[in-house]
Write a protein that binds this ligand. Sequence first.
Ligand code: DCP
Ligand code: MG
Length: 513
Amino acid sequence: MVLVMAAVRSLFNYRYSIAVGRLLQLDIVPRLRAQVFDKLQRLDFRFFDANASGSIINRVTSDVQSLRSFVDGVLIQSVILLLSLGVYLVYMTGKNVTLTLACLATTPLLWIGTTLFSRWVQPAYAENRGLADNLVLALSEGVQGIHVVRGFGGEKHELARFSARNRALQEQQGRIFRRVSVFSPAISLMGQLNLVVLLFYGGWIVRRGDLSLGDLIVFAGLLQQFSGQITNLATVVNTFQQSLIGARRVFEVMDAPISVQSPAAAPMPALTGAVRFERVSFAYKAGLPVLRDVSLDVPAGVRVAILGETGAGKTSLLSLIPRFYDPSAGRVLLDGHDVRTLDLAGLRRQIGVVFQETFLFSDTVAGNIALGQPDASRDDIERAARVAKAHDFISALPSGYETRIGEGGHGLSGGQRQRLALARALLLEPRILLLDDPAAALDPGTEEELWEALDHAMQGRTTFVIAHRPSTLRRADRILVLDDGRIVQDGKHDTLLAEVGPYRRVLGWGEAS
Ligand code: DCP
Ligand code: MG
């Protein structure tokens, strides 16, 4: 019998591991991970302003694993635990009811111990995740910022920062480990207390003649098994608290509100590109306005240049047009439609953006240009690249448009990367083009060529360009001067030059006399 039971037990254990492994590793965890990533892709910029990348990475990689430990180490283990406890209890009550009750005398202690432990360990696990986030952040910054680190000889400092966080995490893990190491034997001790109660009380009723010695021995054996299962409870409780924290962190992402939402069944009319700001105010953090009461009316096809000192709100102003953020007051209108009423994806497809800091993916050159339009033909990609003055250097790359560029666009110069970003925006044939300081990466000669090409490509389309070079400003139909979130000057180059105002100062012409 013992042999058969052992064989059956092993077989079940084997089947159990396979089934759980398949269920969790192959299905649930990857599915949850994909869902979290999907949600991240839809979350607006406010979420990313508020959450450090280390924390986001940890939530998608390690915290989703807590679902696995929950199902595996809590759900299934609890079922096994309850079932076996139930079987032992039924068996024991069958032998002797009062003796069974006496043996459960320590249950309240067990309950108190478990509650105290949970209350302590939960914040500790939350703290643990926070420390792990810091460590991942130090790692990713140390790698992504390697150029700056080297350039400023910051290796020692980075290493010290990383080591400190590494140590903090390790020490905190040690503290958790010590508490868990106390909890588990304590639970086991409570189980042994039951045996003491049994021997005293059981011995007494045996002497009274109400129970045979043989039954007492059987009872003691059962109680040993029962206590063994109770000890498992410690592990289950610990795993439960741990996975609870992980799950909370995953669901914080899943439940994070998306403030920039596409309205349901929103219309997407073909835009001509007229942009209107109606008394727009905007703040990243409540109480710290970045744009104040900005009103603006730009007919389609106009080229607007924006200039102003650093931090004036230029990038912020542009970011309201494709709804990277929504204004805190006022409205942004395209062709008379409030942008909040338009289909979000459709809206962004009609707006080409070249950001102040370009980002290229570890993909081919063609793949990077076709980001917004993956089914674009090679001809279209080449045409966009020509306009962006990128075709020549792309053709000179080892595999032309099929050249893979390294992570973050390494292997290309800063100007080349910016031109790829411009080609990416032009490929969309956008009605509105937003260029955040593109000239920073261009020499004056190339800039002149670029503007000529853009004049042609952007015929009849609206362009907003943040620029500080007189050559660019002179070409603009209209110049906005931004100062501390307000439009303080608005007009053409020559007019503004003649005016008293910051335009002359920003351009370095001195104050008008
Ligand atoms: N700001 C913020 N949170 C962000 C971006 C900006 O709090 N995610 C703040 C920093 C500035 C202000 O908003 O004080 C305006 O920032 P902009 O990026 O709009 O400033 P500019 O584009 O005008 O500055 P620059 O010329 O340096 O690009
Ligand atoms: Mg800016």
